[in-house]
Ligand binder design. Structure first.
Ligand SMILES: NC(=O)c1ccc[n+]([C@@H]2O[C@H](COP(=O)([O-])OP(=O)(O)OC[C@H]3O[C@@H](n4cnc5c(N)ncnc54)[C@H](O)[C@@H]3O)[C@@H](O)[C@H]2O)c1
Length: 379
């Protein structure tokens, strides 16, 4: 049976707009019976961004620099809006008022005033689905941790720590971009950029902070402007929020870290839950490992469970594989096609000669085992 299509408009065709396009293009990866996104319209202030979308999505009927054109399009049902933070309020409110379902982006308004206005529009349009989401809770190990929270496996919570660490700003010669400009990124700085990623699971668990003590650092105060000069860099680089949570009649600390300057960390997201009966932790630095510890008598020992491709929405990738496997497969096929078109990739696919060596090795291995002797490998 033909699956329902949800025709999407994308506003903001940068880093994140393209990621949604790519995810939509690979929808056949999922085994769900649910609706399929179809990219019907795209919008960016910079028309150079249209090319990649036009080349890859024949379903696009509108490419425009004015987002109102997408909102006026009757056949567009939903919008993904991934634009700089200073635009969230105006665009999100207009999208919601136009009756389009909205997947927005963090921080969902540049500041509290902007967020309040967006929420007012949400209230006035109850038929419109509005969300803004972190992707990290969808790692299999994070899903397992969420299940443990639901099953109350941790017992009394002792402490929860969640964070998002980057190191790309450690390079002080990196030119400034909008994410380092207070007027575009917002006063929250690294918190607005990364905070929702750290809050998604704790907030959903019901662990709402009652108080906060914040240690905010501004480390790099100016950056190259990309034209040979220097400009002030006024955003917060690192934030450590020490919160108190009231839960189930007791209080526990929730520590949320968002750091742009964390030595060695590349987009590392983590969550750690410590409890009286059990504890668990996950970091994208170890993408398939679910670390857990159960209290037995007086002792606790940490164990690492490697999880397979256990996705929240069923997918064609077998559970025996792991997260990241579909990316590796796509890369392998891309290299095969490079070779097919006469290119010489730095690391090519396995050749028939290498297959011959493989057979010679394995045939000799069988003989070695059978005879209990060292065998020569003869390709
Ligand atoms: N979920 C995540 O992991 C994640 C990662 C990065 C960024 N983000 C969020 O996504 C949003 C966009 O970030 P990005 O990294 O994709 O930024 P980006 O700079 O790569 O892309 C933003 C795009 O918006 C366009 N734009 C600017 N003004 C516009 C206007 N008036 N109308 C239409 N288009 C306009 C720009 O030309 C640019 O192409 C931000 O809210 C950011 O916080 C989320």
């Amino acid at each position: 049976m033909a699956r329902r299509k949800v025709r999407f408009g994308i506003i903001g065709l940068g880093l994140m707009g393209k990621e949604f396009g790519s995810a939509a293009a690979r929808w056949c990866h999922l085994l769900s019976e649910g609706p399929v996104p179809e990219i019907a319209g795209v919008c960016d202030a910079n028309p150079a961004a249209f090319g990649w979308f036009r080349d890859n999505f024949p379903s696009i009927s509108i490419a425009t620099q004015n987002y109102q054109d997408l909102l006026a399009a009757k056949d567009i049902e939903a919008v993904y809006c991934a634009v700089p933070h200073n635009l969230h309020e105006r665009l999100y409110v207009d999208i919601i008022r136009a009756g389009k379902h909205l997947m927005g982006e963090k921080p969902f308004g540049i500041d509290q005033k902007a967020n309040t206005r967006i929420l007012q529009a949400v209230k006035e349009n109850p038929g419109v689905l509005v969300r803004c989401c972190s992707e990290f809770p969808y790692f299999p190990a994070a899903q397992r941790l969420i299940t443990w929270i639901r099953e109350r496996k941790f017992g009394r919570i002792l402490e929860v720590r969640a964070g998002f660490h980057h190191s790309s700003d450690m390079d002080v010669t990196k030119p400034i971009n909008w994410k380092r400009m207070v007027e575009v990124n917002g006063e929250y700085g690294c918190m607005g950029d990364l905070g929702i990623h750290t809050q998604h699971i704790p907030f959903r668990a019901g662990w709402a902070p009652r108080t906060v003590y914040a240690a905010l650092s501004k480390i790099v105060t100016e950056r190259p402007d990309g034209r040979g000069g220097m400009v002030p860099c006024r955003t917060w680089d690192n934030a450590a929020l020490s919160c108190a949570v009231e839960y189930d009649g007791y209080s526990f600390p929730l520590v949320l870290e968002t750091k742009r300057m964390a030595p060695g960390a590349t987009n590392t997201w983590f969550i750690e839950v410590y409890g009286l009966q059990a504890s668990a932790r996950f970091s994208t630095a170890e993408p398939k490992s679910f670390w857990y510890c159960e209290t037995r008598g007086k002792e606790q020992a940490w164990s690492r469970l490697d999880l397979g491709y256990a996705s929240a929405v069923p997918a064609i990738t077998g559970g025996i594989f792991e997260f990241g496997f579909p990316d590796a497969i796509q890369q392998m096929w891309a290299v095969f096609l490079q070779e097919l078109s006469g290119e010489k990739p730095a690391f090519g696919t396995f050749t028939p000669e290498e297959a011959r060596l493989s057979h010679a090795l394995q045939t000799a291995a069988l003989a070695s085992h059978q005879k209990g002797s060292v065998q020569e490998v003869r390709p």
